[in-house]
Design a protein around this ligand. Structure first.
Ligand code: ZN
Length: 266
């Protein structure tokens, strides 16, 4: 009976001890909440928040957006022209880590140009895909941002400079920079896609990918630096055949992630 009494007393003491620390419960809860918020915040900031800009050219809409929604660790918003350029006149685009251009657009006001140049000064990552090489034929500075230009025919253009395209090519792409973070985990690959030929490319770009096809420019992916921004241009990507090509998807995903790194490496 005495033993039972001792055990009973011990249990009472333990309960009393626990009660003593109950006042600390809100502190524990607060600590857990803070820990949760810190880890979540860290995780979110690791995810590039990207804005896909389209408009001015048709494309396989569902498959294109699906490709980006399939990428892990990316938050994706979409917008089309002319709404995207209107946002260049506001601070709205500052919240994005990377702007991905899949538009083919010519209208841009001086204020919108200033807005885009401001983002480049801040070091905003920018990835330009396929027909975005045709954009802003009348803005001379644009070629130095994207790194090249597809020249449309116009009255002032020397005919030898006019660019061209050909659909449904089976293109063999070769990685020419195997140490660059965008292409280091990629093998050479084949893709069914559209080719552009006779395009202009500025000498300052760093080529990543090369093809050997008479209807396509030799260099089909490059990096460029403009002000404090990392720029990537990928010539490939006409339609769903490209979007569903595993190598193209990896190339685009790597390009977005690389352009989001804030410190440029030449
Ligand atoms: Zn195309």
């Amino acid at each position: 009976m005495f033993d039972v009494w001792i055990i009973f007393q011990k249990k009472i003491n333990t309960l009393n001890d626990m009660k003593k620390y109950l006042y600390l419960r809100p502190v524990y809860v607060l600590m857990i909440i803070i820990l949760f918020c810190c880890t979540s915040k860290h995780k979110i900031s690791d995810k590039p928040h990207i804005l896909l800009i389209t408009g001015g050219h048709s494309f396989d809409t569902i498959q294109f957006f699906e490709m980006f929604y399939d990428f892990e660790d990316m938050d994706v918003d979409t917008i089309s022209q002319p709404q995207a350029n209107a946002l260049l006149e506001t601070d709205e685009l500052k919240k994005y880590d990377v702007l991905v251009f899949y538009d083919m657009w010519q209208d841009i006001t001086d204020q919108q140009k200033t807005g885009l140049l401001g983002l480049l000064k801040e070091g905003k990552g920018m990835v330009f895909l396929h027909h975005s090489l045709v954009s802003y034929q009348g803005w001379d500075e644009f070629i130095y941002i994207i790194g090249g230009r597809y020249n449309l025919e116009n009255d002032r253009m020397d005919t030898s400079k006019i660019s061209g395209f050909e659909h449904d090519l089976d293109i063999k792409a070769r990685i020419i920079n195997k140490t660059h973070p965008i292409t280091s985990n990629m093998p050479d690959f084949t893709i069914h896609d559209e080719g552009y030929y006779n395009i202009e490319i500025i000498p300052a770009v760093h080529p990543l990918l090369e093809v050997n096809h008479p209807s396509c420019a030799k260099c089909v992916a490059w990096t460029n630096k403009y002000e404090n921004s990392r720029i990537v241009y990928i010539l490939l990507g006409h339609d769903r055949h490209a979007y569903q090509n595993e190598s193209f998807r990896l190339l685009v995903e790597n390009a977005v992630k690389w352009s989001n790194l804030k410190i440029p490496d030449d």
